[in-house]
Design a protein around this ligand. Sequence first.
Ligand SMILES: C[S@@+](CC[C@H](N)C(=O)[O-])C[C@H]1O[C@@H](n2cnc3c(N)ncnc32)[C@H](O)[C@@H]1O
Length: 249
Amino acid sequence: MSPPPGDERKLIIAEPLIYFVEMVISAVRSLLGRPSLAHSVRKEGLTYLRPDKMKRIEQALRSVAGVPGDFLEFGVALGGSAIVIAAQAEGRHFHGFDVFEMIPPPTSDKDDVKSKERFEVIRSGQASGIAGETYYGYRPDLLGDVKAAFARHGLPVDGRSRFLHKGLFEATWPEVAIERVAFAHLDCDWYDPVRFCLEAVADRLSPGGLLVIDDYHAYGGCRTAVDEFLGERADFAFENGPNPILRKN
Ligand SMILES: C[S@@+](CC[C@H](N)C(=O)[O-])C[C@H]1O[C@@H](n2cnc3c(N)ncnc32)[C@H](O)[C@@H]1O
């Protein structure tokens, strides 16, 4: 169920304009000494997300204001996008899921060559981190670093409203009691984890709830997982963009 070409054309024209305006607003805020949280986490090297993707997440979070359920992220890494999501979770729970160590390999034959080459760089110890820092997957206590970053931003991981679950999604998800979801950010690169997360969350997502998919245009396995899912689930609509959104009807 790919987006119709007409919609895609409108998106190509409208979205850069929206992002440009928002980027200008963000720059002005920054000049006035009031940088947005998204700007701050980026400046601190806590996220791989481009500003346009982060803006889409912020817009998506605003648009689920009246939708019941928790906010989730699958693929936290250094915590940048998780902090932005958790900050908007007021009155809801935030759950972040990650191995908090080196990313698991892309093992499906539906993963593309690019995914496998990227993983080989990581496995060989040659991956470089953001702005010359140690690559997150090589850090000795990534979970501790992420908790410290949350605390610095006034969002302690308290185990009451904010939770970080360390381990493979396949292992941690069944252990966590989450009844309803309003928003989930899927930022986990390869076919198997994306497919797993889509299936895990789909039936717990409230009507009007959103899934934001980070890697649809970056890795073939992620794209295949999403396309297969959409082919099976007529109750989800696809909204294209730098990080496409799946909206539950
Ligand atoms: C691209 S990073 C996330 C980036 C982050 N959202 C940001 O703001 O920069 C992808 C993360 O997904 C995690 N991940 C991928 N597959 C996983 C799995 N099966 N179980 C747990 N974590 C996984 C990796 O370890 C990695 O930390």
